[in-house]
Design a binder for this molecule. Structure first.
Ligand SMILES: Cc1cc2nc3c(=O)[nH]c(=O)nc-3n(C[C@H](O)[C@H](O)[C@H](O)COP(=O)(O)OP(=O)(O)OC[C@H]3O[C@@H](n4cnc5c(N)ncnc54)[C@H](O)[C@@H]3O)c2cc1C
Length: 553
């Protein structure tokens, strides 16, 4: 734990040197004594210390300095370090200013120059002030701090990114904490771009993207090798299984993940149908175990890196990342999965991330405590989401278009939902608008048969209404079906008795796309069975085809 700071500010080098020496002599074992030779430098130092979350126990500043008086400086630094004790160093002539400062800036003491002997005129006063400070102040958190607002979608994204990648951080809401607001304002200029993420080394990022956060948080974002046997795109269950099998069988393997390993499964609150876990397993736990396993076998996992394109330079396959980096290898496995389809209704876009969420946004669970929330959708993921939020919310209203839960949802979930007291199911409705000023306040639904409209008061809405594949990066490169899913193996469309555009004598292997050496597995594949176990199975099985392909290059 770093020592708290005593900061002295004086433009007179002789006075600055003398007071620093006296302070060090008495306090150096318990405090870090720092000095600044001008008010501007003092303010800068106070700002840096606040960004590093270093605690300032005491400011001791001269009243008469060019550019800014001591009282003005204290007014400014107090916004950043409200618990610090404040002492003004004055000449006899400044007594009136000092007395006024007691009220104006909450001055704790004014000290007349000279203060000799310090044992009588300096230490007793400061001992009291510092003792009082220690008794009141809690030790500060010295990890990553995120200063954000629950009304800012970028703050939500950044929180999700760090928590899903298991990076510990402290969340400080600038709408609640004045000191945090002052610090965010001083670092970002204003509060239009949030969050401000401050790292233990004192550096900060304003409204960072996934790649910037990953780099600063120490996650691997760049490949270590120049060449790979297998480049896996996407770190969901299919990609992770693929990486585990590839690396364990001695292939040089890299996996590229744009958000967090685990994919959709990683956001699941409890997976109950995965073999070998009779009590269920959280998506986060499964992702963590699989990630460790892949790394243990030597696979590299790049996080926060998005693949934007792919090209063929026979016999190599080149994968292009959003930051312009290229990865080269013999084979590629596309396991980019899919994500929730967006709901189109007035108000949704503006409130996305601030009350309206796609999937089970688990970071928001605590905020739902005691509130009323809605879950939109009637398939298994919606059912799991409703059960999860019913543990926190006062009431969960499920909004489904069908007339019953049965056709889309597994029976065990239907039974549990109907038995949960604080879940209401509203059948035969669709969302036609959402309302809220800065955050969600209500959801307007329309009965699909009668057209009757009803407004439901709700502080959060979680949407689970179907999916779209993540294949934009491969459009026009590999064959996709009408919905955009990647077609593989025997399913590839044929022309004149051969797969369309296929140049080799042999037939495409299982999981092979229309480009030899490029495979697809898991939810992204057309006709896949979209389950965790199926994705793991496909990811593992695809390696058999990769081996067969590698024998040909
Ligand atoms: C909330 C929820 C609960 C679920 N519960 C269950 C359950 O209980 N049981 C069950 O069997 N199934 C469940 N499923 C379904 C299951 O999670 C999926 O079938 C499974 O995750 C599919 O795995 P995947 O690896 O194919 O794709 P995904 O899990 O979708 O993973 C794809 C990964 O690729 C990454 N990616 C996408 N594009 C790019 C790109 N261009 N560059 C780099 N990376 C990219 C994504 O960020 C993602 O991490 C659930 C799904 C959800 C959403």
């Amino acid at each position: 734990m770093a020592k708290p700071v005593i900061l002295v500010v004086d433009d007179d080098p002789a006075v600055l040197g003398a007071i620093e020496r006296d302070l060090r002599q008495r306090y150096r074992t318990e405090y870090r004594v720092m000095k600044s030779a001008s008010p501007e430098e003092g303010l800068d130092t106070a700002r840096t210390l606040a960004a590093r979350n270093s605690q300032v126990a005491l400011f001791l500043v001269d009243q008469r300095m060019p550019g800014m008086t001591g009282t003005e400086l204290l007014r400014q630094v107090t916004k950043l370090h409200p618990t610090a004790r404040r002492v003004l160093l004055t000449a006899y002539a400044d007594t009136d200013v000092a007395i006024a400062g007691i009220n104006e800036v909450g001055l704790d003491h004014y000290l007349m120059k000279p203060w000799d002997p310090p044992e009588q005129r300096l230490y007793p006063v400061l001992d009291d002030l510092l003792g009082e400070w220690r008794a009141r102040v809690r030790p500060s958190f010295d990890g990553i701090r995120m200063l954000g607002s629950q009304w800012s979608p970028q703050s939500f994204e950044a929180k999700e990114f760090l928590s899903r990648n298991r990076v510990p951080y402290e969340w400080v809401d600038v709408d609640v904490d004045e000191t945090a607001r002052a610090l965010a304002e001083s670092l970002a200029g204003d509060l239009t771009h949030l969050p401000v993420v401050i790292f233990p080394d004192g550096t900060h990022l304003v409204a960072p993207n996934a790649m910037q956060l990953a780099t600063k948080a120490g996650l691997q974002t760049q490949a270590n090798r120049a060449f790979y046997d297998v480049i896996v795109i996407g770190g969901g269950p299919a990609g992770l299984a693929n990486a585990v099998y590839a690396a364990s069988e001695g292939l040089r393997t890299v996996l590229v993940e744009s958000r967090a390993a685990g994919g959709q499964a990683g956001t699941s609150s409890l997976i109950e149908n995965y073999l070998g876990f009779p009590g269920g397993v959280t998506g986060a736990d499964l992702a963590q175990r699989a990630t460790m396993q892949a790394r243990r076998f030597g696979a590299e996992l790049l996080t926060g890196q998005e693949v934007v394109s792919l090209r063929r330079e026979d016999p190599y396959r080149v994968v292009v990342l959003a930051d312009g980096t290229e990865l080269t290898g013999y084979s590629v496995v596309i396991t980019t999965g899919m994500s929730a389809r967006t709901l189109q209704a007035p108000g949704i876009e503006a409130l996305h991330g601030v009350g309206v969420y796609y999937g089970a946004a688990m970071t928001e669970a605590a905020r739902c405590r005691g509130k009323d929330v809605c879950v939109v959708g009637g398939a298994n993921s919606a059912g799991q989401g409703a059960l999860f939020f019913s543990r926190y919310a006062r009431r969960v209203t499920m909004l489904i278009r069908a007339a019953s839960l049965q056709p889309m949802m597994s029976q065990y979930l239907v039974d549990r939902i109907l038995a949960t007291e604080n879940i209401d199911v509203t059948y035969g409705v669709e969302v036609c608008a959402v309302n809220g000023d800065g955050s969600l306040e209500s959801v307007v639904v329309k009965n699909v048969e009668s057209g009757a409209v009803r407004t439901i008061s709700s502080s959060a809405m979680f949407i689970f209404i179907g999916v779209q594949p993540h294949t934009d990066a491969f459009a026009g490169i590999v064959e996709r079906d009408e919905a955009g899913f990647v077609i593989t193996g025997a399913d590839l469309p044929r022309e004149h008795g051969r797969p369309r555009g296929w140049t080799l004598e042999r037939e495409p292997l299982s999981f092979e796309t229309s480009i030899p050496g490029v495979f697809a597995a898991g939810d992204v594949r057309a006709n896949a069975n979209r389950r965790v176990a199926a994705a793991v199975g496909e990811g593992s099985a695809a390696i058999y085809s990769v081996h067969r392909y590698l024998r040909t290059v």
